[in-house]
Design a protein around this ligand. Structure first.
Ligand code: PLP
Length: 285
């Protein structure tokens, strides 16, 4: 495997950043993840736009132009010979003597890219069976719209899910509504066929997959309601699923060990998964 670190392609095992990188010490860094279809970046625009927004919210400069970054990302993918997988980009504020406040000297951002392959046959098998999720109390900070590497609550939630044999954890806010998953957005299909997912005015990540899927849903003439739901509403719904660059559209068949609807993968999630993959493949660059 090959990684990109600050201007150079290196063997994955040899690629390092400095011990005083602010990403390492303070989680002062943002990231993006693109799904790869046939070696191409899925939903390119949405991820670039969100990267630029995350960086600007933290007042970190874009390390290079979108065009240059596209070239570097594709080169990283090419050198890894990955066709189906994920590409990870991390940009930190850079290396400086440890201090919570920003460095005063000009500090170039640190840029890291890694690529990994995914076994699409295995993920399709997983999607065909559906996955379980658990719920956990929302305990993250107030800026979940910024895609920072400060992921400790997400990591702990995901570990709790794994220990219960579940694939994802849904955070639940103080009013009892699901905010989102540890690494995905959450959806249900109501009994009347209306799709429901939380609005992005709430403290959640504006998922790129979520956004593309909303377009597809409207193209299909399906009804959608951007409104939060409770875990009980998910159980009473006919279907549930999650979206993200890693999960794409992944059916959820159980919440906290109880079945969603009839406990089987439903036709809506199944169809949306194939429509999303079709569109992502067709528009990848
Ligand atoms: N919510 C969180 C907390 C995430 O980490 C992710 C990342 O995959 C998502 C939602 C889904 O976002 P996207 O569809 O842009 O991958």
């Amino acid at each position: 495997r090959i990684a990109y670190v600050n201007g150079a392609f290196e063997r994955h095992g040899d690629a390092v950043v400095h011990i005083e990188d602010r990403g390492y010490q303070l989680a002062d860094a943002v990231y993006e993840v693109w799904a790869l279809f046939d070696g191409k970046l899925a939903d390119p625009e949405g991820h670039f736009a969100r990267l630029e927004r995350s960086l600007s919210e933290l007042r970190i400069d874009m390390p290079m132009s979108r065009a240059a970054l596209t070239v570097v990302l594709r080169e990283a993918v090419r050198r890894n010979r990955v066709k189906e997988g994920l590409v990870y980009l991390q940009v930190s504020r850079g290396v400086a003597p440890r201090d919570h406040a920003f460095p005063t000297d000009p500090t170039p951002p640190s840029v890291v890219i890694t690529v990994k392959g995914v076994d699409r046959a295995a993920t399709e098998a997983k999607a065909a069976k559906g996955v379980s999720v658990i719920t956990t109390q929302e305990n993250r900070w107030g800026r979940c719209d910024i895609k920072t590497v400060g992921l400790l609550p997400n990591a702990l939630a995901k570990q709790a899910a794994r220990e219960k044999g579940a694939a994802e954890a849904w955070f639940v806010d103080e009013l009892g509504f699901v905010t989102e998953g540890a690494s995905s957005n959450a959806w249900i299909v109501d009994r009347d066929g209306t799709l429901r997912t939380r609005d992005t005015n709430a403290n959640i990540l504006r998922g790129v997959t979520r956004h593309t899927l909303l377009d597809l849903i409207r193209d299909q003439g399906l009804k959608v309601d951007e409104r939060p739901f409770t875990p009980a509403e998910a159980l009473a719904a006919s279907e549930a699923f999650i979206t993200g660059a890693g999960s794409l559209v992944l059916p959820v068949v159980a919440v906290d060990g109880k079945p969603v609807g009839d406990g089987k993968v439903g036709p809506v999630a199944k169809r949306l998964r194939s429509l999303y993959i079709e569109r992502a493949r067709a528009t990848a660059i």
